[in-house]
Design a protein around this ligand. Structure first.
Ligand SMILES: [Zn+2]
Length: 94
């Protein structure tokens, strides 16, 4: 049982982190967002956009609106989502 837990933990530690920039995700800056999955970096970007716009940065507003639109219209956003997932999978491991 302990051995199994060890295997799972080791496996988790070996999950590669990958990095995408705000710009690669449709934003205006080069902030680096890291995650183990495309969903992680998309969520990190969503948070970053909200914080930037909340902090009064107009440069991030268009990307923020697009991101909000994606949550509202997930079916229409599948193309972007798939493209982002593919770009993420093609990244070298960080
Ligand atoms: Zn940004």
């Amino acid at each position: 049982m302990n051995a199994l837990v060890n295997v799972i933990q080791q496996h988790h530690e070996e999950m590669p982190m990958r990095i995408m920039t705000c710009r690669q995700l449709g934003g205006p800056c080069d902030l680096r967002l890291s995650g183990e999955t495309a969903e992680d970096v998309i969520k990190a970007q969503d948070r970053h956009l909200r914080e930037a716009v909340g902090g009064g940065d107009p440069a991030h507003e268009p990307a923020h609106e697009e991101m909000k639109g994606r949550w509202r219209h997930p079916a229409r956003s599948m193309g972007w989502y798939r493209k982002t997932k593919k770009a993420f999978a093609d990244l070298p491991e960080a």
